[in-house]
Design a protein around this ligand. Structure first.
Ligand code: LLP
Length: 441
């Protein structure tokens, strides 16, 4: 079993994270519980920034906050000198509540509303990543109305789609995001933005995919973009001062996953940009990247308590936990795979093969199929590793199951950063039905 970050087995045979015993965490805060290893998040943030600092390049490493957003997380990101990518008014509001420096916030999304854009402009955030012509029009109107200059990047789809080890190049990408680089839309977008009085074009953005284990896709995307930047310099006199190559850097969920170290992704990206800068005789642009999963994914562990079990003779043993697709929908949605351990029986041999069921009323609510674990009984603790990205942030109240609490652990101390939802929270937005049926008196 692979233990991430500061996870280790302590003298009691328990899982320990950030110097805190997982059994005591479960006792104090209850389960299911999201536990974040703060030291690992800090380490990841530093490794993404390292190569930029060493090469004295102007860069921004923006945390793609959709992976896990909370006030405490944004405050940690701020402390680590990260920028922030938000994709909704809700994420932006959280950032503002966290006191995140507004000039380091970038706003993404394929259908930002007028209200969301207004909020972004009023708060004078760093830049808006414009996704389509409708948004461009809204920004033009809002900029005039509020007498604000609007700094933007244009999101383009470069025709490179990368996942894990493979990338594919497509002439014209079938995507709901961005301006296509090949069918003339990106050219038209640049032309229109340059004509605007209120919109200031800083540069371009692309995001080629997720859970990427290779650097070839990023290099290819950079090559394609520079080819266009060269054209745009000739046709429009436009010079991009920012090149944002998005996120998507892979992490190790299971032993099948072989991600590169953060430093290697960044070094290859820098090299690709430098080669293009030399080829086309540009000044070095600022390089921005947007890691989400790779900053918080393996820093997160979910603790569950074992409840019921079911033996299906000759087929399988099911063991159920007190959470499931309500706190981690990724297995049900993407067939995502996870590793797990029994947090109170770390030293015991794994001589039982079980499948971990969630408690939601749906057969598809299975967290892990066929995993070797020690003999588990009711009350034992299960730790599912690598749940830090798109776990809590995609959690839901299916079956009116309250969302778990979230704790940060660091240097032997735990800190509650998101409270557990209560049953009262389950009904707090509900209003009583005003019946139209006349009561017979
Ligand atoms: N930048 C942009 C524009 C993005 O759309 C995303 C992710 C990221 C950065 C961060 O990507 P990351 O480094 O986290 O891979 N819910 C899915 C992942 C959806 C990713 C959406 N965009 C999952 O659970 O795997």
């Amino acid at each position: 079993m692979y233990l991430h970050g500061t996870c280790r087995q302590n003298e009691l045979g328990h899982l320990e994270i950030g110097g805190v015993d997982a059994v005591s965490l479960a006792e104090t805060y209850g389960t299911p519980l999201y536990v974040y290893d703060v030291a690992l998040i800090r380490e990841r943030a530093k490794s993404f920034q390292k190569a930029f600092i060493e090469e004295e390049l102007t860069a921004q490493v923006a945390y793609a906050s959709k992976a896990f957003s909370s006030i405490a997380m944004f405050q940690l990101a701020k402390e680590e000198g990260l920028s922030l990518d938000v994709v909704s008014g809700g994420e932006l509001h959280t950032a503002i509540c966290a006191g995140f420096p507004v000039e380091k916030i970038h706003f993404h999304g394929n259908n930002k509303s007028r209200d969301e854009l207004k909020m972004a402009l009023e708060n004078e955030i760093g830049c808006i990543v414009v996704d389509n012509f409708y948004e461009m029009k809204l920004l033009e109107e809002l900029g005039q109305e509020l007498s604000k200059q609007v700094k933007v990047l244009l999101r383009i789809t470069p025709g490179v789609e990368a996942h894990t080890h493979d990338y594919i190049t497509t002439g014209q990408e079938d995507s709901k995001f961005g301006f296509d680089l090949h069918n003339g839309q990106a050219d038209e977008a640049v032309k229109r933005v340059l004509e605007s009085e209120v919109i200031e074009l800083l540069g371009v953005h692309c995001h080629i995919g997720s859970q990427i284990f290779d650097t070839a896709g990023f290099v290819l995307a950079a090559d394609k973009i520079f080819l266009k930047l060269n054209e745009w310099r000739e046709s429009f006199g436009f010079i991009s001062t920012v090149l944002n190559l998005g996120g998507g850097f892979g992490i190790r969920y299971t032993e099948e996953d072989e991600p590169l170290p953060a430093t290697e992704y960044v070094e290859k990206i820098i090299q690709a940009v430098k080669e293009n800068v030399a080829r086309y005789e540009f000044d070095m642009p600022e390089i921005w990247i947007e890691p989400g999963r790779s900053l918080v994914g393996d820093a997160g562990t979910t603790l569950y308590t074992i409840g019921s079990s079911k033996h299906v003779p000759g087929i399988r043993d099911y063991v159920a936990v007190d959470g499931g697709m309500s706190d981690n929908i990724r297995p049900a949605l993407y067939q995502a795979k996870y590793e797990a351990a029994s947090a109170n029986k770390m030293s015991q041999s794994h001589d039982q093969t079980v499948s971990i069921a969630g408690k939601c009323c749906e057969s598809g609510d299975m967290l892990i199929w066929d995993i070797d674990l020690p003999e588990l009984s009711q009350g034992d603790l299960l730790a599912v590793f690598c749940t830090g990205a798109y776990g809590y942030s995609m959690s839901n109240n299916y079956n009116r199951i309250p969302r778990p609490a979230v704790v940060f652990v660091e240097d032997g101390e735990a800190q509650l950063v998101v409270e557990r939802e209560s049953y009262a929270d389950m009904v707090k937005l509900d209003l009583p039905y005003q019946s139209k049926v006349k009561s017979s008196t």
